[in-house]
Ligand binder design. Structure first.
Ligand SMILES: C[S@@+](CC[C@H](N)C(=O)[O-])C[C@H]1O[C@@H](n2cnc3c(N)ncnc32)[C@H](O)[C@@H]1O
Length: 252
């Protein structure tokens, strides 16, 4: 059993089974991975699991983390239900919505929606990301229980991750709202985000998705609304700070 299996098997047996098929090597250190010629790999460091790319150096990594970093900041100081993504979903009018995040990625949007009261099922079809999401959720649950953090516990209890292709896994009219944030080429605001996106693109470069099937499945699964995050196609200079838009498609 390799190290990622050991780490992940702390949470559930199912996860360690998943991990057997991840196909990404795991190392303690960056140099060792580099010396073996790996371009993209997992690093286990203390209680942190992250994805690194040899092209981007040791400082840039992708991590799923629900207790510290950007999401913790968002939890304590975020913009509440008036954030764009929450308004697009409709959480500014009604909490408690049942939402599918069809493209979970690093789980950030899913966490923010759950934080604002939605019951979220987030689908991720990449096995590495799906395992990291599940692992990060169980780590966060452990920490929240240990610290009796009732708010974080209730957010995590409203948030579930499913390892599946949402182009085929969603059932008709199963959710109030479906959220879709597929990968697209994009210029980003900060260098750090840009590097994160580069690692994500590298990880997902062999992805052969059918965007039409995914869109059709999301549209059918939503009872009231489908929200699509997409790039702004007209690049006026004043739009550069906001390179994505949230498009709403009303259903039913
Ligand atoms: C841009 S990222 C989403 C980022 C996410 N909104 C966040 O806040 O972290 C897109 C993700 O969707 C996943 N994805 C794409 N098509 C999918 C599908 N049909 N089913 C499930 N996941 C999919 C990709 O593997 C990738 O991880």
């Amino acid at each position: 059993m390799n190290k990622i299996c050991q780490i992940l098997s702390q949470s559930t047996e199912t996860l360690s089974l998943q991990v057997a098929s991840l196909g990404l090597p795991l190392f303690d250190g960056y140099d060792e991975a580099l010396s073996k010629g790996y371009k993209i790999f997992l690093r286990a460091e203390g209680n942190h699991l992250s994805i690194l790319s040899s092209a981007l150096g040791e400082q840039s990594c992708l991590e799923v983390n629900f207790v510290s970093g950007a999401l913790a900041h968002r939890r304590h100081f975020g913009g509440g239900r008036n954030q764009d993504v929450c308004r697009a979903i409709g959480l500014n009018r009604q909490r408690n919505l049942k939402v599918a995040d069809a493209t979970a990625g690093l789980g950030r949007d899913a966490f923010i929606l759950s934080l604002q009261g939605a019951h979220v099922v987030a689908y991720e079809k990449n096995p590495v990301l799906a395992s990291l999401l599940d692992w990060a959720r169980s780590q966060a649950l452990k920490q929240a229980s240990a610290e009796s953090d009732e708010e974080l516990l209730s957010v995590l209890n409203r948030l579930n991750f499913v390892f599946a292709d949402s182009a085929y896994a969603l059932k008709p009219e199963d959710f109030d709202v479906v959220y879709l944030d597929p990968m697209f080429p994009q210029r980003e605001k900060s260098a750090k985000v840009k590097k994160e996106m580069q690692i994500l693109h590298q990880l997902l470069e062999d992805d052969k998705s059918d965007p039409y099937q995914l869109f059709a499945s999301c549209l059918t699964a939503a009872r009231s609304r489908l929200v699509i995050k997409r790039p702004v196609t007209v690049s006026y200079t004043h739009l550069r700070a906001h390179e994505t838009v949230l498009e709403l498609v009303y259903c039913g």
